[in-house]
Design a protein around this ligand. Structure first.
Ligand code: MLT
Length: 259
């Protein structure tokens, strides 16, 4: 039977916004990243988990032997448990695959989930992450998007450890974007800006792919395109979403738009 896990959840409120799986850092809990998630991806469905391991009373997602030295056997078991919980959650709360948004220890377990449970996540924002496994597997993660957000002066994640993570993810064929900000282990505004832009890009890509599956939608135009308002077909409940406008084939013909 799937183990239960202390969590916080809220349903999505914006079509196209990627569902987010929030994974906190050492000493955090399931509430920690919720304000950040709402800020970088408003309206996203949220499932936020609390780590099951306690280190001197501080929740974590897996045991470590010392700073940066992980108990890999425990890490693998915890990753399996977490994957089982998320899979069961999706069975009972149908929706698209989650994008992980993890910080520090949460980013490290998210990286482990990508490598050990390919297909579970559609992507991940890894904030202040390092390689979780000494000898990582290289599953096929083509089509999986990953944003790595690192601090140039991070005293907890040395350059070699984040480089090792980037290398192991690149070996899988995942689409990696790596941003190094002028920061330490703590997050700065640039991290939030990068995450919001990257997650917004993923919203746009998702809307475009949803739109392309609709036979009547043949053109997608940026918001600033010169299209008279009556020609605009707003796909979702009459509200314009993100930065795309969808236009039917007939409307496009009337206005001589190339599709
Ligand atoms: C870890 O243990 O996952 C990393 O050292 C980051 C942290 O301090 O939690």
């Amino acid at each position: 039977m799937t183990q239960t896990c202390i969590h916080y959840a809220e349903p999505g409120a914006r079509p196209g916004a990627p569902p987010l799986l929030l994974l906190h850092g050492t000493g955090g809990d399931e509430r920690d990243l919720v304000p950040l998630a709402r800020r970088v991806s408003p309206g996203s469905e949220i499932l936020s988990l609390r780590g099951q391991v306690l280190e001197r009373g501080m929740p974590r997602f897996f045991r470590r032997l010392s700073e940066g030295v992980f108990d890999e056997a425990d890490l693998m078991t915890r990753a399996d448990d977490l994957a089982a919980f998320v899979t069961e959650w999706r069975r009972t709360h149908p929706g698209e695959r989650f994008t992980a948004l993890g910080y520090s220890n949460g980013a490290n377990i998210a990286a482990a989930l990508l490598l050990l449970h390919p297909g579970l996540l559609s992507g991940a924002v890894l904030m202040r992450a390092m390689a979780p496994l000494a000898t990582p597997p290289a599953p096929d993660l083509a089509g999986t998007r990953v944003l790595m957000l690192s601090g140039a002066q991070d005293p907890i994640v040395p350059l070699a450890w984040r480089t090792a993570l980037e290398r192991s993810l690149r070996n899988t064929g995942a689409e990696i974007e790596n941003r190094v900000h002028d920061a330490g282990h703590g997050l700065v505004d640039d991290d939030l800006t990068s995450a919001a832009r990257w997650l917004g890009g993923s919203s746009t890509a998702r809307i475009i792919s949803m739109a392309k599956r609709r036979a009547d939608v043949v053109g997608i135009f940026p918001n600033d395109a010169a299209i008279a308002p009556p020609t605009i077909l707003q796909l979702f409940s009459g509200k314009c979403c993100c930065d795309v406008i969808l236009c039917t084939h007939d409307m496009a013909k009337v206005f001589g738009l190339a599709c």
